[in-house]
Design a protein around this ligand. Structure first.
Ligand code: SF4
Length: 345
């Protein structure tokens, strides 16, 4: 690559005109200069996954990032994930390639709206799904993932009401599993999972009547009722290893990665349209631009960071903490799949 092409260009659009190899060289050079690490979520574009130092779910990535000696974290995911990395790594700079990569589910609830609901239910505990902003986490008693939501809710006295934010589908699933009627669910949802419908499942099953069905708990109850298994993406990875024919109800990125890993199996997306556009906003050009310009830094007020950290650490205590991946998990991680963690988060 010539010296001229290494000059810093003004806009991400300028970078998008460069060949991929030039972008990769820039990314590598700037990474070394800044002592940066690139974290890529499992649902990122393949071009981003290819240049990521770590692949996985947001919580596992954030915890691994906290353990690295890097000074800068570039988080290729959505905004709440980059915030979580900052919460757990306050001494590191966290950058995002595109700050517009937000999560519509997280945006369903704001700190002020949650405060108003808390005021109406003063004795209620607040359980917050990790797909939420740091401000909302800081207003919460404890966080949860889709993997540990049942365990977290069961840790709260049965006679105490629970405000569960922001996913109404996960709240309904947890209420069903725990038999609790005192869960006040926020009216939020993930459009990727909530948009999956029974007619799509019927069509897939007509073509593959002997396939088992696994659905993520962020999906609607009528789909969960028809599923053989309801589990997080980590559980889906495990099931894919155990079954030869599986209909998988979650974001396409996971199904595509599983198909790459198990080309001999029949792993079918429940919905071909289950794609999170927000996750795909990050591109190689934007990543190179944000590194060159050291831009789109995630900044949190310290009181919010501390509040969010308290709720996250409480969850980790209840779920047995986080540990380094096993050999099997590391193998899965190499192909972009982590057994630990939850849905997109
Ligand atoms: S898949 Fe759903 S929960 Fe995950 S980032 Fe996209 S909208 Fe948010």
């Amino acid at each position: 690559m010539s010296r001229a092409t290494l000059d810093i260009l003004p806009t991400p659009l300028d970078y998008s005109a460069l060949p991929a190899e030039d972008l990769k060289a820039r990314i590598q050079r700037k990474k070394e200069e800044l002592n940066a690490v690139i974290l890529g979520h499992n649902y990122q574009r393949i071009e981003i996954q290819d240049v990521s130092d770590y692949l996985g779910d947001s919580l596992g990535l954030s915890q691994e990032a906290a353990d690295t000696s890097a000074d800068v974290i570039v988080f290729c995911g959505v905004h709440f994930m980059a915030e979580t990395a900052k919460v757990l790594s306050p001494g590191k700079r966290v950058l995002m390639p595109d700050p517009r990569a937000g999560c519509p589910m997280a945006d369903f609830v704001t700190r002020d709206a949650l405060r108003r609901l808390k005021a109406e239910h003063e004795d209620a505990a607040v359980v917050t799904y990790v797909n939420s902003t740091a401000e909302v986490k800081a207003e919460s008693n404890v966080c949860c993932t889709s993997s540990n939501a049942v365990r977290v809710v069961e840790s709260i006295p049965r006679d105490q009401s629970i405000i569960f934010v922001p996913d109404k589908n996960l709240a309904a699933y947890v209420a069903d599993r725990t038999g609790r009627e005192n869960i006040i669910a926020w009216d939020g949802y993930c459009y990727v999972h909530d948009d999956m419908v029974l007619v799509e499942l019927d069509a897939v099953l007509q073509a593959h009547p002997d396939a088992k069905v696994v659905v993520h708990p962020e999906a609607r109850k009528d789909l969960l009722d028809r599923a053989d298994f309801v589990t997080s993406t980590s559980g889906m990875v495990k099931l894919a290893a155990e079954h030869d024919k599986l209909v998988i109800g979650t974001e396409r990125g996971l199904v595509d990665s599983l198909n790459q890993q198990y080309p001999e199996k029949t792993l079918i997306p429940l919905s071909g349209a289950a794609i999170c556009g927000n996750m795909k906003l990050n591109t190689l050009a934007k990543l190179a631009w944000s590194l060159d310009h050291e831009r789109h830094e995630v900044v949190l007020e310290e009181n919010i960071r501390l509040g969010a950290e308290r709720a996250l650490r409480r969850m980790l205590e209840l779920s047995g903490g986080w540990s380094a991946p096993s050999a099997e998990e590391s193998r899965l991680e190499e192909v972009g799949l982590r057994k630990s963690g939850c849905g997109c988060a």
